[in-house]
Design a protein around this ligand. Structure first.
Ligand SMILES: CC(C)(COP(=O)(O)OP(=O)(O)OC[C@H]1O[C@@H](n2cnc3c(N)ncnc32)[C@H](O)[C@@H]1OP(=O)(O)O)[C@@H](O)C(=O)NCCC(=O)NCCSC(=O)C[C@H](O)C(=O)O
Ligand SMILES: [Mg+2]
Length: 294
């Protein structure tokens, strides 16, 4: 029976979340040295059909106690259960030495898609509280966002991940610099996630060699409210961390707000004046979020 990931694997920010094709041994070998906040081990689009079986074997090996991914936060992206590969992906986990921290379900269209994966996982021996992450990348998912996030307590949904490549394919939207066409959808996805306390990750940036474009898109994602960005190449990790982690100034300001509300004279205050501006308890909550996201 597969065992769950050790509780000692640290939780923490999701500023930089790197996809790795499970079939790419060289990538897996580098995983521990890269210091991404989490790894998405991909069995779906980055793995050719002829390589799926070998990739499942590599996952079982990599998840072992001395495996290439031991000690890392690992999310496994399976193929959809409506494909030729999804059922075998789930079955492969039955024989894995441990469960990943979460399973990422591609091309989710409704809460039922997540419920079906959860049920299949439990039949394969997964713990009842195994977290599911959902790719939001189809027009149906956008239309059904409210239902998908509302059902999170039942389905175990913990995080939404934007799939801009599939959104572009399905909608015929053109994703240009600045992502003008995509921004309304991005905002909807962030709002849906926040309404139900879920994490939410921005889409990948395909132009690996364009560091300036990537930095601009990270800044945009941060301003839209995302927790972090999904990545396709190690060269993107540092810039994503720099964009999504709070700056030194933001940390100093947050610490000042927390310290001010901790003063005995402010114990009953709803709003105080700090450095010439009004600060309310909602700003204290924001400050605490900032300090937690370091
Ligand atoms: C895009 C790549 C195929 C490019 O690979 P490569 O040509 O090998 O790049 P480099 O030569 O620049 O690589 C330099 C070294 O870095 C390692 N490397 C590269 N990518 C990764 C990675 N993702 N993780 C770990 N290590 C990586 C190389 O092995 C080189 O190492 P070394 O030999 O020591 O020098 C490749 O980057 C890649 O496969 N990226 C991930 C692709 C992927 O997973 N795609 C699926 C997710 S994207 C998506 O579909 C999102 C969503 O669904 C949507 O719809 O939008
Ligand atoms: Mg996709």
């Amino acid at each position: 029976m597969a065992r769950r990931l050790s509780q000692s694997v640290p939780a923490g920010p999701l500023h930089s979340v790197l996809y790795m094709p499970a079939s790419n041994r060289r990538a897996l070998e580098k995983a521990r040295s890269l210091k991404a906040d989490a790894i998405i081990l991909d069995l779906e689009d980055a793995v050719a059909p002829a390589m799926k079986a070998a990739a499942r074997g590599a996952i079982r090996e990599a998840l072992g106690p001395d495996g290439l991914l031991s000690g890392l936060r690992v999310v496994l992206r399976i193929n959809g259960l409506d494909t030729d590969f999804g059922a075998d992906d789930v079955a492969a986990l039955t024989y894995a030495p441990r469960w990943p921290d979460a399973v990422l379900v591609p091309k989710v269209s409704s809460p039922d898609d997540l419920a079906r994966v959860g049920a299949a996982m439990r039949r394969a021996g997964a713990p009842g509280d195994l977290a599911l992450w959902a790719m939001i990348e189809t027009p149906a998912a956008i239309l059904n966002l409210r239902d998908i996030v509302s059902a999170a307590p039942e389905t175990g949904l913990a995080c939404l991940v934007v799939g801009a490549n599939d959104i572009a394919k399905e909608t015929r939207m053109r994703v240009s610099p600045g992502r003008a066409a995509l921004v309304p959808l991005l905002s909807s996805i962030v709002v849906a996630a926040r309404a139900h306390g879920l994490a939410v990750l921005d889409a990948v940036y395909n132009a690996i060699g364009d560091a300036d474009g990537f930095a601009a898109e990270c800044a945009q994602g941060r301003d839209l409210g995302f927790d972090g960005k999904t990545l396709i190449h190690p060269s993107q990790i540092a810039a994503a961390k720099a964009a999504f982690a709070p700056s030194a100034d933001e940390i100093a300001e947050a610490e000042a707000i927390v310290a001010a509300f901790a003063l005995p004279e402010n114990a009953r205050a709803g709003a105080i004046s700090l450095d010439g501006r009004m600060v309310e308890r909602l700003h204290l909550a924001i400050a605490e979020q900032i300090l937690e996201s370091r």
